[in-house]
Design a protein around this ligand. Structure first.
Ligand code: NAD
Ligand code: DAU
Length: 343
């Protein structure tokens, strides 16, 4: 198959003001000087215009404040786009445990609106960003793309619903959709409710690091820039209708990651405290990424160096996260209610 090209193309990114989206937009503008980006983002608590401040005036970049569930807006933007990368979602597992409603409405119904718009549009490729959490947990071995989905949190179940809805639009309508299932991303601009930025910023503030359960749960850590390179490659070479796992083969227990963070910052290990576990906490995720390797991608960032870089970014960009942790009522409301009494 001839490779698709991103040069001179208009790429619509949904959820581009979030963590992965803002890293992806920077990556694409750097890599393809003549591409154009439209960023459709509702700016929920997790969407942050500060992530994209440096490109606000770039003529190749357009920000559209809007909801992926707004059919008219979506149809209008699809008319102008050549490719779509769909990232917009509610993404925090702990929040989905407290209240799943927004997860179903955004992750499932929002994806449905985009898929319906795709039926009427002339889009070369629609890249749907799912997650490795759709497979559920396993103690040994790795998940391949054909394995059954057994999502265990309301977040993962909502993502699985959208993932399979996308597949149904491939089978039923023959639409040019590719689904990817990435593992845990880390890097700059990640909202500080997630594990690595929460622990790094808490350590910087000499606050405790609340480790769930015994800290033995395992995640596979993918540096966000490696993920962006994978998205770029899959947009160009991915087979329409296929699913690709995106993992770094960098497994670590949470306790190990927490200890590395305090070491990097020269803080005492006593900051790490074991707290009540997350409900339904998946023990381990691990992916077989042979399909993606065969396309020509390999992760480039070793975890130890990537973690050092990431922790250094939070150390050097205090203003970015102080604004969220100290000034966002939404951050404070969730954080205080969720961690209060988690002993
Ligand atoms: P994030 O929470 O940092 O950002 C989500 C973005 O989506 C925010 O900018 C938010 O404003 C926007 N958004 C939410 N609802 C919207 C709506 N209705 N309309 C328009 N915009 C809306 O998320 P992230 O970590 O960057 O994740 C991006 C995607 O990648 C998600 O689909 C997530 O499920 C998936 N994913 C994330 C990871 C990870 O480790 N972060 C791993 C695998 C998959
Ligand atoms: O695997 C991909 C998924 O990774 C994405 O689809 C999700 O959007 C993303 O949020 C992430 O989900 P996790 O639940 O794995 O990430 P989180 O950062 O919330 O937690 C990582 C691990 O750290 C997990 O085992 C729970 C643990 N943890 C997390 C927090 C916030 C703690 O021990 N303490 C904490 O305070």
């Amino acid at each position: 198959m001839a490779e698709r090209s991103l040069a001179g193309k208009t790429i619509l990114v949904t959820g581009g003001a979030g963590f992965i989206g803002s890293n992806l937009i920077h990556f694409l503008l750097r890599t393809y000087p003549d591409c154009r980006i439209i960023n459709l983002d509702k700016l929920t608590y997790a969407g942050n215009p500060d992530n994209l401040k440096d490109i606000e005036q770039d003529p190749r970049y357009q920000f559209v404040l809007g909801d992926i569930r707004d059919r008219d807006t979506v149809v209008r933007l699809f008319e102008r786009a050549d490719m779509v990368v769909h990232l917009a979602a509610e993404t925090h597992v702990d929040r989905s445990i407290v209240d799943a409603g927004e997860f179903v409405l955004t992750d499932v119904y929002g994806s449905f609106i985009l898929l319906e718009a795709l039926r009427q549009a002339r889009i070369e490729v629609f890249l749907h960003v799912s997650t490795d959490e759709v497979y559920g947990s396993r103690d040994e071995g790795c998940f391949s793309e054909g394995d059954p989905l057994n999502p265990s949190s309301p977040y993962a179940a909502s993502k699985a619903g959208a993932d399979r809805l996308g597949y149904s639009y491939v089978v039923t309508y023959g639409l040019p959709i590719i689904i990817i299932r990435p593992s845990n991303n880390y890097g700059p601009y990640q909202y500080p409710e997630k594990f690595i930025p929460l622990f790094a910023t808490n350590a910087l503030e000499d606050k405790t690091l609340p480790l769930y359960g015994r800290g033995t749960n395992v995640r596979d850590w993918l540096f966000v820039e490696d993920h962006c390179r994978a998205i770029d490659l899959i947009l160009r070479r991915g087979v329409l209708g296929d699913v690709y796992n995106v993992g770094a083969n960098a497994e670590a227990q949470n306790i190990e990651v927490a200890e590395r963070i305090v070491d990097i910052l020269g803080k005492p290990k006593e900051l790490i405290v074991l707290v009540q576990d997350r409900l339904g906490h998946d023990r381990r995720y691990a992916l077989d990424c042979t399909k993606l390797h065969d396309l020509g991608w390999r992760p480039e960032q070793p975890f130890a160096a990537g973690l050092e870089k990431t922790v250094a970014w939070y150390r050097d960009n205090r203003e970015w996260w102080h604004k969220i942790k100290d000034q966002s009522e939404e951050f404070k409301r969730f954080h205080e209610s969720y961690y209060k009494g988690r002993k």
